[in-house]
Design a protein around this ligand. Structure first.
Ligand code: FMN
Ligand code: FE2
Ligand code: FE2
Length: 395
């Protein structure tokens, strides 16, 4: 693989993974693959900022060897101990026996608990510095962005921020920089990444952005641990994070449902027609044929969401359950919401959906709409009215 110089004596030595279609087990779809970014800094001391996922450790070492003998590495900076970035540490250490590991206190604990390496950990805190000779690394702890151990590394002299997972995208591409790729495609992946990984920590993201802004550090380049690096327009991703972390709703209604025999689909369409009549844009997703993570991203950007399921065995259809779970886990609070669904006798799905909407902290506009069997003309009219109310509930 080609290494890339990103500034004098600073190199991208990461690995592009064109193949991966799922991340975090099978919980996150990655339609466009991903990259594991690692950075090599040559100075009087040689530092490696982050490594890569274990199965591609050899590729990282190959890349490093194109520039320097790995035995020369003095410092491994571990911004985050998750294996997609730390998995190759044992391989690098085997080739770099004098290397010392720099990480947060939690980073040291987590690395030890995962690798049981008894390594030479150097614990750093916010504003601690590590001189490499001409260059200085400054560390900024970033707890819960997105693990308790996370930190950012800042190269003072070059004004380069290496924030690990923050600002990342699961996006394999031939271009390494924002000016070498399709910006819309890149931002689509950045948005999906934020929605599915960082949403629960939005208040911390907002706080961290303010903290970094208040420091007044110039930021010429942002080099995250996944996807492309921002050199042409780092402001683009900073502004997007600002927006996503403070006011995620951009309007519109997302209607997501599952059905066995089509009645709940009729309900979804009647609700949509009411939203449409209110002049508000909407999208409908039949969940089993949609990608759950893409739908979650749509929900994050929406002002209101309607979730529907036919009742099966007194509960929701199996495709709906993981979405409900995830909305609670991601704490999608504050959004207007409506449950709906068709049933045959006792019902149950709407009640289950309501419970999850409440747990997620969403603002239900009503007790929801449970309808027996197939909605007739009058029922569809009533649903249109409810759709209009949902659309108009968006502030
Ligand atoms: C396997 C199965 C289990 C069902 N379980 C329930 C149930 O526990 N309670 C209920 O009210 N209706 C139950 N129903 C009836 C459906 O909820 C009803 O047919 C509904 O109109 C289906 O909506 P759909 O056309 O959107 O699939 C069940 C239907 C099937 C096929
Ligand atoms: Fe991570
Ligand atoms: Fe990661």
């Amino acid at each position: 693989m080609n290494v890339r110089q990103i500034a004098p004596n600073i190199y991208w030595v990461g690995v592009i993974d064109w193949d991966t279609r799922y991340f975090h087990g099978h919980s996150l779809s990655t339609h466009r693959g991903t990259t594991y970014n690692a950075y090599l800094i040559l100075d009087e001391k040689v530092a490696l900022v982050d490594t890569v996922y274990t199965p591609v450790a050899d590729k990282l070492l190959e890349n490093i060897r194109q520039i320097v003998d790995p035995a020369q590495i003095d410092y491994i900076i571990c911004n985050h101990s998750e294996v997609d970035h730390s998995g190759a540490i044992p391989h690098v250490l085997a080739a770099a026996p004098k290397a010392q590991i720099y990480c947060t206190q939690k980073g040291a604990e987590f690395l030890e608990a995962q690798f049981h390496g008894g390594w030479d950990y150097h614990v750093v805190k916010t504003f601690d510095e590590l001189s490499l000779g001409k260059r200085t690394l400054t560390f900024l702890e970033a707890p819960m962005l997105h693990w308790p151990d996370s930190m950012f590394t800042y190269i003072k002299e070059d004004a380069i921020l290496m924030p690990n997972d923050a600002f990342g995208q699961h996006y394999a591409s031939s271009g390494r920089f924002d000016d070498e790729v399709d910006v819309d495609e890149m931002m689509e992946e950045a948005s999906k990444y934020y929605a599915n990984i960082l949403t629960p920590f939005s208040s911390l993201v907002a706080k961290k952005l303010k903290e970094v802004a208040d420091l007044g550090l110039p930021i010429k380049m942002i080099c995250p641990s996944h996807g492309v690096m921002f050199r042409q327009n780092p402001g683009l991703i900073l502004e997007a994070y600002q927006r996503w972390s403070t006011a995620p709703a951009e309007g519109g209604v997302v209607i997501v449902y599952d059905t066995m025999w089509g009645s709940t689909k009729m309900m979804a369409e009647a609700i949509a027609s009411g939203v449409d009549a209110a002049g508000v844009p909407y999208k409908i997703f039949h969940l089993p044929v949609s990608d759950r993570n893409d739908v979650i991203e749509e929900i994050m950007r929406a002002g209101a969401v309607a979730i529907g399921s036919a009742t099966i065995n007194r509960g929701v259809l199996p495709a709906i359950a993981p979405l409900l779970d995830e909305l609670v886990g991601l704490r999608v609070a504050g959004k207007k919401a409506l449950a709906f669904g068709s049933d045959g006798w006792g019902g149950g799905a709407v009640k289950v959906i309501n419970e999850y909407l409440d747990k997620a902290g969403m603002q239900r506009i009503s007790e929801g709409v449970a309808m027996r069997w197939r909605p007739d003309e009058a029922a569809r009219k009533a649903l249109q009215e409810i759709g209009r109310q949902l659309a108009e509930s968006i502030e």
